[in-house]
Each structure stands twice: as structure tokens, then as C-alpha cells.
Design a protein around this ligand. Structure first.
Ligand SMILES: Nc1nc2c(ncn2[C@@H]2O[C@H](COP(=O)(O)OP(=O)(O)OP(=O)(O)O)[C@@H](O)[C@H]2O)c(=O)[nH]1
Ligand SMILES: [Mg+2]
Length: 356
């Protein structure tokens, strides 16, 4: 994928309204026609619009200024100026928008967030057109020689922040096999390699469900101990976990013969999720023991059962679901696909994100 941008500041300037016109009817043989100056046209608005295909804010990184033309001026014979067209800037789902103080760069107020394809958020309103002198006739004022100028369009400095939004997010330590798995489930092609932190930013993939529907998956960069304090890729990417409805936690079986090692890996990531946001561990609906082809089938089965048992004892309540899969051989992948669909269907939408 091209460069990934998840935070950018842009300037938006809606169109000013066109000027109202001062004009008097001039017709042959009618010496003193009445006022007939038309109104100015409205200036165009600036909107951000959700684009379900969008993956990053790269376009906004390259174009930082969005300015709309002013509305057309009114003219004689009561002709109104044309409204100038609105400007629509497409952004990926999960984008939030803040109004910035131009002086200090501080965030003043959150203007909103865009979570649905096609949903528009007004970020700068165009000015109304000025009224032409035809509006100002009254019994005492038969021939007004004034008209309104157009109203100014709003102008703002915006901080635009993307928190990747997906039905299911894949989390785990570096090298757990998240990118390999999303490649097996979707057409996404993040880089895969045997060194940690291969994935440097989230990748979205679409897993087909049937002809009409797909489930979005997010491959999130590896998390390590103290990620919430900034270790590894740290908080930069933890924010991309927040908007996933379901989390799938990958724990690699590679070189494992006992359940304790798996539990250590598992807890490391769960602790980071909880430190970032207390309700994130609950969103982990599925623990995947990945790379199961690297151990014997008997070991894989044994460790899966042991992990299930230990996690059930740990939570004391609802047992966590545990499955073994191999993205390399395809073992367990079909079953995983079916479980993912069911889990996403059963999950509530992700709760509101932190304003960070
Ligand atoms: N044998 C086997 N190897 C796998 C499997 N899945 C991943 N691997 C290997 O494990 C290594 C890490 O895989 P990645 O998919 O890059 O791991 P990741 O979790 O995305 O890692 P980061 O991006 O660093 O967080 C690569 O060398 C993969 O080829 C599997 O199912 N079986
Ligand atoms: Mg990866």
C-alpha cells in the first residue's frame, strides 16, 4: 500500500455569498423603472464524506487547502447569481474531525465523526447571497440604491484523525501471523516476514460472506509489553483497535510445547489492550492459536484444550473461545471464517471512541 496517513491538518474555506445587485428597470418610454437588482448566489459548502473503500488520509496529506468559489453576483432584471457548487472531500470510515484554534493549534471542538459510507459532515458553511435592491422597496423607499454584500463563507483549520474501523481486528504479538492470516481470508496483501514489526500500519481487508456482503478485517501492527506507553509502535496504533467491533487475538504455537508460554503471550497483549482502554479485553471474542502446522496435530489439539481450560478458569465466567488454525496449510480456516461471521453478527457496534 501507499504511504499510510492517519492524522493531518487541512484548511477549509466555504464559498462567500455573491453580491446583491443595485439596478433599476430601464425600458424605452418608461422613464423611471423600479429597482430590479437580483440576489447573489449562495457560496458552496465544504463536506467530508465517508468512503467505504478509503484506507488512509493520504489524499488530504497531499491536498491541504479546500476552497470553494464564491457565489455569482446578482444582476439586473432580477437575475439571481448562481450558487457555487459544494465541495465534497472523501475520507475513510472512522475519520474524526476537530476544529482547531488557528493561533494556538489547539483542538477546540469535535465537529463529528464519519462512520458510514456516503455519510456527509458539514465542516464549513457557505455564505448566503446578498439581497439585491429589489428586496428593499417600501412605501417610503421607492428606489433603494443599496444592496447587501454576500455573507462570508466559514473558514476553518481542521485536524482530521483516522481510527481505522473494521468489523473484526486482528491483534497479537509481532510475528503471530496476523498479516498471513488476513491474506488467507481476504484480498489484502500486507507485507509478511519473519522479523517483528513487519506491519507498520493497519491494513484493511474485505472477507467475502456471500454475493452481497463482506466483513471488514483490520490487520493491526504487533503489540508488545508497554505499547500503551509508546513501546514498539505503541499508542500510534492502539487507537486503531478501538473501532473494531470484535477482536481476534492470535497467539502463535510455533516452538510451543506447553500452555504456560501461550498464556504469557496472551496476557502480554491483553494487558496492553486493557491499559489503553478497560473495555477492550472484552471485545476479544476469539483466541486463535496460529501457525498450528509448526507443531504436531496432537500437540495442537492438546494445547487448544489446555488453553481453553486455563482461560475459563481465569475469567471465571464466560469461557473464551479458542481455535487452532494455520494460514499456511489452510487448516481451520473455513471454520474460522464461519465463526467470524457469527461473532460479528452477534457483536454490538463498537462503543464511542476516546477523544484522544
Ligand atoms: N508455518 C507457518 N508460518 C507462518 C504462518 N503464519 C505466519 N507464518 C510465518 O510467520 C512469520 C510472521 O508472519 P506475519 O504474518 O508477518 O506476522 P505478523 O503477526 O503480521 O507480524 P507483525 O506484522 O510483525 O506484527 C512469517 O515468516 C510467516 O511466513 C503459518 O500458519 N504457518
Ligand atoms: Mg504483520
Amino acid at each position: 500500500m501507499k504511504r499510510f496517513v492517519d492524522e493531518v491538518t487541512v484548511e477549509v474555506e466555504a464559498g462567500h455569498g455573491g453580491k446583491g445587485c443595485v439596478s433599476f428597470r430601464r425600458e424605452k418610454f418608461i422613464p423611471r423603472g423600479g429597482p430590479d437588482g437580483g440576489d447573489g448566489g449562495k457560496g458552496g459548502d465544504v463536506y467530508l464524506e465517508g468512503d467505504g473503500q478509503g484506507q488512509s488520509l493520504l489524499d488530504l496529506f497531499y491536498q491541504r487547502l479546500y476552497r470553494v468559489k464564491r457565489g455569482g453576483n446578482g444582476s439586473g432584471s432580477n437575475r439571481h447569481g448562481a450558487a457555487s457548487p459544494d465541495l465534497v472531500v472523501r475520507v475513510p470510515l472512522g475519520t474524526e474531525v476537530w476544529d482547531l484554534d488557528r493561533e494556538t493549534g489547539e483542538r477546540l471542538v469535535k465537529l463529528g465523526e464519519i462512520l458510514e459510507h456516503g455519510r456527509r459532515l458539514l465542516v464549513a458553511r457557505g455564505g448566503r447571497g446578498g439581497k439585491g435592491n429589489a428586496h428593499f422597496v417600501s412605501s417610503t423607499h421607492r428606489s433603494p440604491r443599496f444592496a447587501q454584500p454576500g455573507e462570508e463563507g466559514e473558514s476553518r483549520s481542521l485536524r482530521v484523525v483516522l481510527k481505522v474501523m473494521a468489523d473484526a481486528g486482528l491483534v497479537g504479538l509481532p510475528n503471530a501471523g496476523k498479516s498471513t492470516l488476513i491474506t488467507a481470508l481476504s484480498a489484502a496483501r500486507p507485507k509478511i516476514a519473519s522479523y517483528p514489526f513487519t506491519t507498520l500500519h493497519p491494513h484493511l481487508g474485505m472477507m467475502p460472506v456471500d454475493g452481497y456482503r463482506q466483513i471488514s478485517l483490520a490487520d493491526i501492527p504487533g503489540l508488545i509489553a508497554d505499547a500503551h506507553r509508546g513501546s514498539g509502535l505503541g499508542t500510534r496504533f492502539l487507537k486503531h483497535v478501538e473501532r473494531n467491533r470484535v477482536l481476534v487475538h492470535l497467539v502463535s504455537l510455533r516452538d510451543r510445547t506447553e500452555v504456560d508460554g501461550l498464556l504469557t503471550d496472551y496476557r502480554t497483549v491483553m494487558t496492553e489492550l486493557a491499559s489503553y482502554r478497560a473495555d477492550l479485553p472484552d471485545r476479544v471474542r476469539l483466541v486463535l492459536l496460529s501457525q498450528c502446522d509448526t507443531v504436531t496435530p496432537a500437540t495442537a489439539a492438546e494445547l487448544t484444550a489446555a488453553m481453553r481450560h486455563r482461560l475459563a478458569a481465569e475469567t471465571g465466567g464466560e469461557p473464551r473461545e479458542v481455535m487452532a488454525v494455520s494460514a499456511a496449510t489452510g487448516a481451520g480456516i473455513e471454520a474460522l471464517r464461519r465463526r467470524l461471521i457469527a461473532l460479528v453478527d452477534a457483536a454490538a457496534p463498537a462503543p464511542p471512541v476516546f477523544d484522544s
